[in-house]
Design a protein around this ligand. Structure first.
Ligand code: COA
Length: 385
């Protein structure tokens, strides 16, 4: 039932330029990643995530005074309405936390809707800031209510988003190394041009829908293992092995069966993912720290061997998700929280893109090559066999 396509093969929109953006470049000269012109290595070396979230929502890095104001603004928007807390507390323990975030964002959109059709104080930018500030609390409130029957306080006293999340999740003072790894990882996950979830959000925005709807849709797109869910799938792979040799044997079998190895490959990068080296280095450091504390683990060595096998056999490179899995695991983060952490960060990129789409909007509505049956007449029901 297929006829030749009238246009070049654009399956998955691979290689298609679908619009303009000021926000980010991915894979220029094969390897680069920039946010508003700043390279990812530069940002990780010199900035914290809160500076980067400011950059993504304002277009410029903050001065020291602007950063303090920004952090105070976010701290002031962390508390959740009681009705949202009650909704979160009612979500079962075995729900996936991505579904919790999707539901939490949607519920907040009912309680604090965006003023769409009359000019009011809660515009799209205000909703973007509210979501960035409130989502770590949503996730951790549900987690402790569902797993420990405890309604936690959301006032962590931590000025940074990474510290706030780490403290709410662990309900303890976070280790400085863990705080730093989380902060860097939030920078790495913050923005990535027209990736599937961001593009989903831009499509929703292009219909003149509200910010909550666009973010809810983006969370749904991010959940799948070909996108954000790859970090959890990578963890499920590496934790099966107690040695690099066992990992190599199993991965060779998977490749022979043409099974995809999650956390490898990329649609746009062709040589390497510039974010991977940065998170790999943190994973190595955390693994060494574990060994020094008398708790050695083969996970980093297993990951390195899988990396070497994929390079040797398929010339494939790890993307950000692969070493994020072991890094997060070493930070004591439960595996099902890996993709939700991606959301806590990427909401900056999503909302920046939604605001950019609004500023120069045209409905996103592509066409399809029809490959179905030829035009035909309806046979009345009584005459159909
Ligand atoms: N493991 C094994 N083989 C892989 C692979 C992987 N992770 N990623 C790509 N390949 C192979 C494909 O099997 C295919 O080989 P073939 O031409 O012999 O059939 C070729 O590389 C092209 O892959 P394809 O899936 O068509 O590329 P894509 O551009 O459509 O997909 C991804 C890009 C990211 C979806 C893909 O690399 C993938 O599924 N990776 C694993 C999931 C993941 O880590 N996602 C997070 C992305 S940041």
């Amino acid at each position: 039932m297929s006829t030749p396509s009238s246009t070049p093969n654009t399956k998955g929109l691979a290689g298609v330029t679908a619009g303009e953006t000021h926000i980010c470049t991915v894979g220029k000269e094969g390897v680069g990643l920039t946010y508003f012109g700043y390279g990812i290595h530069d940002l990780c070396e010199h900035c914290g995530f809160d500076e980067v979230s400011y950059l993504l929502l304002h277009g410029e890095l903050p001065s020291a005074a602007e950063l303090s104001t920004w952090q105070a603004e976010l701290v002031a928007r962390r508390e959740l309405p009681d009705a949202l807390k009650d909704t979160l507390a009612a979500i079962p323990k075995d729900a996936h936390p991505m579904d919790v975030l999707r539901t939490g964002v949607s519920m907040l959109g009912c309680l604090e809707p965006e003023d769409m059709f009359e000019s009011g104080p809660r515009d799209g930018r205000e909703v973007a800031v509210r979501l960035l500030a409130a989502m770590p609390g949503m996730l951790c409130f549900w987690y402790h209510a569902a797993h420990h029957g405890k309604r936690i306080e959301l006032d962590s006293g931590e000025p940074t988003l990474a510290g706030h999340f780490a403290k709410l999740l662990s309900q303890a003072e976070p280790d400085p190394l863990i705080r730093q790894v989380l902060d860097t990882s939030l920078i790495l996950y913050a923005e990535h041009e027209f990736n599937a979830s961001t593009f989903t959000g831009r499509i929703v925005t292009s219909t003149l829908s509200d910010m909550y709807s666009a973010v809810t849709a983006a969370i749904g797109a991010l959940r799948g293992p070909l996108h954000g869910g790859a970090n959890e799938a990578a963890m499920a792979l590496i934790e099966q092995f107690d040695s690099p040799d066992a990992a190599e044997a199993a991965v060779m079998e998977m490749l022979a069966k043409k099974t995809k190895i999650m956390g490898f490959g990329h649609r746009v990068y062709k040589i390497s993912d510039p974010r991977s080296d940065i998170i790999q280095e943190w994973s190595r450091k955390l693994s060494e720290q574990r060994a020094e504390n008398g708790d050695p683990t083969p996970l980093y060595a297993v990951s390195e061997r899988i990396h070497a096998v994929l390079k040797r056999e398929k010339n494939l490179f790890p993307n950000l998700d692969f070493y994020s899995a072991s890094a997060y695991h070493f930070c004591g983060i439960p595996t099902e929280m890996f993709t939700p952490i991606f959301v806590l960060s990427r909401v900056t990129g999503w909302t920046a893109h939604n605001l950019e789409q609004r500023a120069n909007n045209r409905l996103i509505r592509p066409s399809a090559d029809y490959v179905g049956p030829p035009t035909r007449n309806v046979t009345p029901l009584a005459e159909r066999s």
